[in-house]
Design a protein around this ligand. Structure first.
Ligand code: NAP
Length: 502
């Protein structure tokens, strides 16, 4: 009986303009193993034809659960008809086999009596949408719970990181498996992964080959295989990366694969955090709670003031890229530094070695402090001599102008500017001969940068930026979990993630 069937954890939302396209996409999803599909009938020019097509689809895929939705334009859908017409379309969908229907609260409140006609025939999901913000969840839920339904769906828009915790906290207030909560937008992404883990009925995913129906949706493949929403337990440890932008970070691919390979009940999420929201992010981090996180552009310096303790090297560098929680206190360190010294130390005897660092930003500063501590003799070059000199004072470095470097020779060059980074892949700081036998490029997208290509052609020993990335990620994993990191799994995941971005 449809009404006794619990919802699968992931629902693919299909909003397409005509019935053949809808059926084609539904077929692809079902053949890929998806068992729960939302037919957005309001997206169709002829919603009734879509409702009738459900029977044809279910004949081929009888194990699929179809959720039929025909949202009215007044309620942010595309259906132009009256409430009566909306309910007639949904009734037709149920007669053709839809096992669940989504009815927005605005319709449900005006036609509560009419909902009785669906009871026992299909599961009724009452939904609330807010495209502007995340209002107090209690108020929304008490309004919704007045209408009897099998499940309630609350979709808001995240405006700041802590909106995620307010939305997720609601899962606990309604009986298990009866609430679907999501915050739309990239800021709300954590709710898409965590709500079903915390006991929500299901989450929505974007289709494989069509546009998503809401901002922030990701593919079912990512939800299932990267974030493992169907496997994580409620007490799963939560990690992540804070950045702006965060969309192209390869860290979720790398750390989730590492957790998976070590069979840890843990997940790593991308958190979009603007500088103005750093304080608010800690409200979320405390309440979720987060067990630890990576920090990247533009927060590596500013994060320090929010931490309870920072180790001496990170403090001297003035940047933290790794945070974890111990005994309720936030601690910070800098694993980028070891990301430079470990690969170089495998190739050179660092004490007394001569290293030219190109750049004077955060990464150059980290490299300079760490190499100085390791006993290397450092020379700095950059495009702005005043800024280069300021950094030189911190790490006892010599300063050269760009035109002077060709008459010098170093054991290693560490390139720490964005030159050559995607999409400006043809850029390179060095025009002629590279004045060192080891060439370390921090840029890792693309993996084979122009500098690395030229170094290879000139017979130099190379250290690609991906090696630094993996080294710092390996150390983060070990700090967070206390276990040895699966380095080769992480390398493979990083390469695949970079490949997918091409
Ligand atoms: P940052 O703080 O913004 O510093 C950038 C540096 O590059 C500054 O010294 C800047 O000089 C210089 N620069 C920018 N554009 C330049 C140009 N067109 N010509 C010459 N110099 C230029 O950035 P960051 O955090 O230090 O990062 C630097 C690079 O390292 C980035 O590509 C980043 O992706 C990479 N990185 C890689 C890893 C890894 O794990 N592999 C880790 C950290 C960073 P001005 O001061 O004159 O503006």
């Amino acid at each position: 009986m449809p009404q006794t069937r619990t919802f699968p954890r992931i629902c693919i939302a299909l909003g397409l303009p005509d019935v053949p396209t809808l059926l084609e996409h539904a077929r692809r999803e079902a053949e890929a193993g998806e068992g729960f599909i939302e037919f957005r009938l309001d997206y169709l020019e002829a919603p009734c034809n879509g409702a009738e097509a459900i029977a044809e689809f279910l004949e081929r895929f009888p194990d699929c659960l179809i959720l039929a939705t025909c949202r009215r334009r007044q309620n942010h859908g595309k259906f132009n008809g009256s409430v009566e017409e909306q309910l007639a379309v949904l009734d037709l969908a149920v007669r053709n086999g839809a096992q669940a229907i989504d009815i927005e609260i605005e319709t449900a409140e005006t036609a509560e009596e009419r909902l009785n006609a669906f009871r026992g025939r299909a599961q009724i999901v009452i939904s609330y949408h807010n495209y502007e913000a995340t209002p107090p969840m209690d108020t929304i839920l008490s309004r919704m719970l007045r209408v009897q339904a099998d499940a309630y769906k609350v979709v808001t828009t995240a405006r700041k990181p802590s909106d995620n915790v307010r939305v997720l906290a609601a899962v606990k207030s309604v009986a298990k498996d009866r609430l679907v909560v999501l915050a739309m937008g990239e800021l709300g992404f954590p709710t898409r992964v965590l709500s079903p883990v915390f006991g929500g009925a299901f989450t929505y995913a974007a289709p494989m080959l069509a546009e998503s129906t809401a901002a922030g949706q990701v593919s079912a493949r990512s939800l299932r295989h990267l974030y493992r929403v169907e496997r994580l337990k409620k007490a799963a440890r939560i990690y992540g990366v804070i950045a702006e932008p965060v969309r192209h970070s390869i860290s979720p691919a790398v750390h989730n694969r590492a957790f998976q390979s070590r069979r840890l009940d843990a997940v790593y999420l991308p958190f979009l955090v603007s500088p103005a929201h750093l304080r608010d992010f800690f409200l979320m981090a405390d309440k979720l709670p987060l067990a630890g996180f990576s920090v990247t552009i533009p927060h590596k310096q500013k994060i320090i003031r929010y931490l309870d303790s920072v180790d001496p090297l990170a403090r001297r560098i003035g940047a933290v890229n790794t945070v974890w929680r111990k005994a309720g206190k936030w601690r910070g360190t800098n694993t980028d530094a070891a990301g430079v010294t470990a690969p170089l130390g495998r190739l050179l005897r660092l004490p007394k070695s001569s290293v030219l660092i190109v750049g004077n930003g955060g990464a150059a500063r980290g490299a300079a402090c760490a190499l100085y501590d390791a006993g290397a003799k450092i020379t700095l070059v950059g495009r702005n001599p005043d800024r280069v000199r300021a950094l030189a004072k911190v790490c006892g470095a010599e300063v050269l102008l760009r035109e002077q470097i060709s008459s010098h020779k170093f054991d290693a060059v560490v390139h720490a500017t964005p030159l050559g980074m995607f999409p400006h892949v043809n850029e390179c700081f060095f025009n002629g001969s590279i004045p060192a036998s080891v060439v370390f490029d921090m840029v890792y997208n693309p993996v084979e940068t122009e500098l690395i290509k030229r170094a290879r052609e000139q017979g130099r020993t190379i250290v690609p930026g991906l090696e630094m990335f993996i080294e710092q990620a390996v150390r983060q994993f070990e700090i967070w979990t206390g276990e040895s990191a699966p380095r080769s799994v992480m390398e493979k995941a990083a390469m695949e993630a970079l490949e997918q971005q091409k």
